[in-house]
Ligand binder design. Structure first.
Ligand SMILES: CC(C)(COP(=O)(O)OP(=O)(O)OC[C@H]1O[C@@H](n2cnc3c(N)ncnc32)[C@H](O)[C@@H]1O)[C@@H](O)C(=O)NCCC(=O)NCCS
Ligand SMILES: Nc1ncnc2c1ncn2[C@@H]1O[C@H](COP(=O)(O)OP(=O)(O)OP(=O)(O)O)[C@@H](O)[C@H]1O
Length: 210
């Protein structure tokens, strides 16, 4: 099984592009969705997050608004949360990938906003970075309900800059050119990585994913 990590800063087009890989038959896994499940009633993060941040569990689930309020812009609090959540996310991912492997899946795509930040780039065969002009990114993100310039800046400050992500990518997709161009890039990437003569540019990952 070939394992691609797909990342990009907020609003760069991760979900949209990941869906294109799925349309071509890839199994996809999404880190934000995994966090949602972990916070839902019965989710493995509910108890530890509730203990670390009193008052954020409502009706057996982590209330994201309350949690965001509890975090504020406190870097130490963010780190405390990530120390709880990221290992649980990694565990769920390993289980889901094992199931995909057992089912004979040829290509899996991991949509992970914090792929580089969490070192996940070391465990995939190649990294796809989605990008767009900063003005397009801002326009997309600020159009979302409840989003403010301040919140957008706070999120950006917690993510590796777009330029660094692009520099560390094996494939870059510019989603500022429309859906058609992005789909053509996705098709080309799938054809490249599924070619039996393709060699993973990340030697360390090969043993993990094949
Ligand atoms: C802080 C929380 C409660 C805010 O929830 P909310 O529903 O309001 O926002 P949402 O999750 O949609 O995130 C908004 C944007 O911030 C990004 N983001 C989320 N968590 C982080 C983080 N720890 N560092 C940097 N960016 C982040 C998301 O990818 C998204 O682009 C939530 O994001 C959270 O619990 N984050 C910690 C878990 C985590 O690190 N998730 C990232 C994927 S593993
Ligand atoms: N190739 C593209 N062409 C045109 N619009 C696009 C393209 N890719 C994404 N978009 C638009 O950009 C916006 C953000 O896309 P998307 O939700 O996929 O980003 P994201 O990176 O997953 O965001 P987040 O980090 O918040 O989860 C959406 O409105 C989407 O329709």
């Amino acid at each position: 099984m070939i394992l691609l990590g797909l990342t990009g800063s907020i609003g760069m087009g991760k979900s949209t592009t990941t869906a294109m890989f799925a349309e071509l038959g890839a199994v996809v896994w999404n880190a934000d969705d995994a966090v949602h499940s972990l916070y839902a009633p019965g989710g493995a993060a509910v108890e530890p997050v509730g203990e670390a941040f009193p008052g954020v569990v409502v009706n057996g689930a982590v209330d994201r608004t309350r949690l965001a309020e509890a975090l504020g812009r406190d870097e130490t609090a963010f780190r405390r949360l990530e120390t709880i959540v990221h290992p649980l996310v990694a565990q769920g991912r390993a289980e889901d990938l094992e199931a995909a492997r057992a089912a004979g899946t040829g290509l899996a795509v991991l949509d992970i906003p914090l792929l580089f930040e969490t070192g996940g780039d070391k465990a995939v065969d190649a990294v796809v970075v989605v990008t767009a002009d900063p003005a397009i990114q801002a326009e997309r993100v600020l159009a979302r309900p409840g989003m403010t310039r301040e919140r957008f800046d706070a999120i950006l400050a917690r993510q590796i800059p777009d330029a660094e992500k692009r520099a560390r990518a094996d494939f870059v997709i510019d989603t500022g050119r429309g859906l058609h161009a992005a789909r053509a890039d996705v098709e080309a990437i799938v054809a490249t990585v599924l070619d039996p003569s393709w060699i993973s540019p990340r030697q360390g990952a090969a043993g993990l994913s094949h």
